[in-house]
Design a protein around this ligand. Structure first.
Ligand code: NAG
Ligand code: NAG
Ligand code: NAG
Ligand code: NAG
Ligand code: NAG
Length: 533
């Protein structure tokens, strides 16, 4: 028996979701045709809805285009779709189980309160861009399961894949690049055209992203072609100091790739004939040739590129000049952002001499002043480099950028400082156990630890629900304090008071002047936007 939950609606109120009690499936309309998802106990989910035509064959390294309609068929949206091709080395629960170049899919999590849709489409929407250095990760990984998130609120959450690595960001004389960035925008456009069918309001979209996802947000808020597709943003752990590639650097890296796959002149015919596995192998080789004189470049070998047409300049420069979309934002970092990257880069102790060499390369004549604040030790300099990297790449530039972003619309800042009580890091990241590594906040935001096979202790569970509520309140009301109950009032950022929310289990608290002396000193000593770093 099909229980039609569609109410009598005027012709232009086209949204509906239907629930089939027999097999617990739900059906929704989209511009491409009907999609059949799953009704879970606590929410409904539509996995793997295509928002673009598969970027395969001659469509590889082309901007995304609209997908073909599957009418009159019903799209089976009960299972996660492919992640984009990648050499994934992320912690457990964040890599896709399978990959294909046919990967431009998104997932829609809908609260049960949206079933039946009550004739309005006014639910707020969070669109999530996963991280992974623009070369790894996938929207459908369990970490980003938004079931609890939507169950606790009335928001809809959409998680988005985008092309990664060389498939996302190749730039040559023939290929204009930025495909992964355009994919993100195409998914946001899909939300504009479709979210009303799920009960969402396309004028209430919050763009949320972590790491590379947050880097992407900085690019979208400074790229006028993205304006209007979202109204608020949540930026988690943007490595702001790592510049977007310039055309020159993107082309150099792309030529390394072309040579590695046997296409030394990078002709389209040659590059398009390389199969996806060989593309990833070539990408790995090309990354080993990233210019060692640009030392931080190796951390993000593929990024959106400053093409001066769509992405006009470095986001950090545009924000400083006031050329950005002024919207309510949450901006934050975790306590030991850089630790993972430093220990991944060096399995061995880093000597005093090696540390001095890195400082010279990064800070030129200021190296001595930096070393005074972050003094070398005789044994292993990885710990001090982790602190410096955290401050220099993440915490201080985020504070600095917040001071420009905080213009008319409010910004709320946070630092996540809680050490996980369980090992979510797996065999490849032993050094993160007992530390607040990059990404630590994610299982709390999504309240998804149990789906990854982990168990929050009682205090952590309290923190996870609190963070869930702050995030969903912001998504719904542009203010993390309004709506669901929260334990502590989170004040707007203000340069004078410099207050941030500190997330620790069980109860978050407000603290002023997090790392103030360190950030004042870095702000004075260095610029954050030096492309030769
Ligand atoms: C991905 O792999 C899983 C597990 O091997 C399988 O169940 C699923 O059908 C695959 N998905 C696709 C889209 O091929
Ligand atoms: C969608 O949100 C906008 C902005 O808050 C509001 O003006 C509009 O009335 C809402 N649409 C619906 C259908 O409620
Ligand atoms: C979903 O919400 C219901 C009602 O508040 C609650 O009983 C249930 O535990 C929630 N489920 C999850 C996964 O949070
Ligand atoms: C590495 O550094 C640690 C101190 O952090 C020290 O105990 C150890 O002896 C060092 N190992 C080597 C091989 O130098
Ligand atoms: C931001 O940092 C730059 C150095 O890169 C510094 O010149 C500037 O004064 C800082 N701006 C604010 C608002 O803190």
């Amino acid at each position: 028996m099909l229980v039609a939950l569609m109410l009598a609606m005027p012709m232009n109120a086209f949204q509906y979701i239907e629930y089939n009690e027999l097999d617990d499936t739900v059906q929704a309309q989209t511009t491409g045709g009907l999609v059949q998802g799953l009704r879970m106990d606590d929410y409904a989910v539509f996995y793997g809805i295509p928002f673009a035509a598969p970027p395969v064959g001659d469509a590889r390294w082309q901007p995304p285009t609209d997908p073909k309609s599957w009418q009159p068929n019903v799209l089976d949206a009960r299972y996660p779709q492919y992640g984009c091709p990648q050499n994934c080395m992320l912690p457990p629960g964040t890599c896709p189980t399978n990959t294909s170049e046919d990967c431009l899919y998104l997932n829609v999590f809908v609260p049960l309160t949206a079933l039946p849709v009550d004739g309005e489409s006014n639910r707020p929407v969070m669109a999530f861009l996963p991280g992974g250095r623009f070369e790894q990760g996938a929207a459908s990984s369990v970490l980003y399961n938004a079931g609890t998130m939507v169950n606790s609120s009335n928001a809809i959450v959409v998680t988005i894949n985008y092309r990664l690595g060389v498939l996302g960001f190749l730039m040559t004389d023939d290929f204009t690049g930025n495909y992964g960035f355009l994919d993100q925008r195409q998914a946001l456009q899909w939300i504009q055209n479709n979210i009303a069918y799920f009960g969402g309001n396309s004028s209430r979209v919050t763009l949320c992203g972590q790491s590379a996802g947050a880097t992407s947000i900085a690019a979208h808020i400074t790229s006028p072609l993205s304006f209007g597709l979202f109204q608020q943003a949540i930026s988690e752990s943007n490595p702001f100091t790592l510049d977007l590639k310039t055309r020159t650097v993107a082309k150099q890296n792309s030529m390394h790739f072309a040579k590695a796959v046997g296409c030394p002149t990078a002709t389209p015919a040659c590059l398009l004939a390389v199969d996806a596995d060989a593309v990833i192998q070539g990408q790995i080789k090309a990354q080993q040739e990233v210019d060692p004189l640009i030392p931080l470049a190796a951390f993000l070998p593929w990024t959106p590129t400053v093409d001066e047409v769509d992405i006009l300049d470095q986001p950090i420069t545009l924000i400083e000049q006031g050329k950005f979309l002024d919207i309510p934002m949450i901006v934050g970092t975790v306590k030991e952002e850089a630790l993972l990257f430093i220990y991944q880069a060096s399995a061995k102790n880093i000597t005093e001499e090696e540390y001095a060499g890195v400082l010279a390369l990064l800070f030129y004549e200021k190296a001595v002043d930096i070393a005074a604040g972050y003094p070398p030790v005789h044994s292993d300099n990885r710990p001090v480099m982790s602190v410096l990297g955290t401050n220099f790449i993440f915490v201080c530039p985020n504070r600095n950028m917040t001071r420009y972003l905080n213009r008319v619309e409010p910004v709320f800042t946070y630092q996540f400082q809680h050490v996980l009580s369980f090992d979510a890091w797996g065999p490849d990241y032993p050094y993160c156990v007992g530390h607040v590594c990059h990404g630590s906040e994610l299982p709390f935001i999504f309240n998804s630890a149990s789906l990854g096979g982990y168990t929050f202790d009682a205090d952590e569970q309290v923190l996870a629900y609190a963070m869930n509520n702050y995030w969903m309140n912001f998504v719904a009301n542009g203010n993390p304090n309004i709506g669901l109950s929260v334990p502590t009032v989170w004040p707007n950022y203000d340069t004078n008071t410099d207050q941030s929310m500190i997330f620790q289990a069980p109860t978050p608290f407000v603290q002023a002047n997090v790392l103030e002396p360190q950030c004042n000193s870095l702000d004075q000593l260095v610029g954050y936007n030096d492309p030769y770093r």
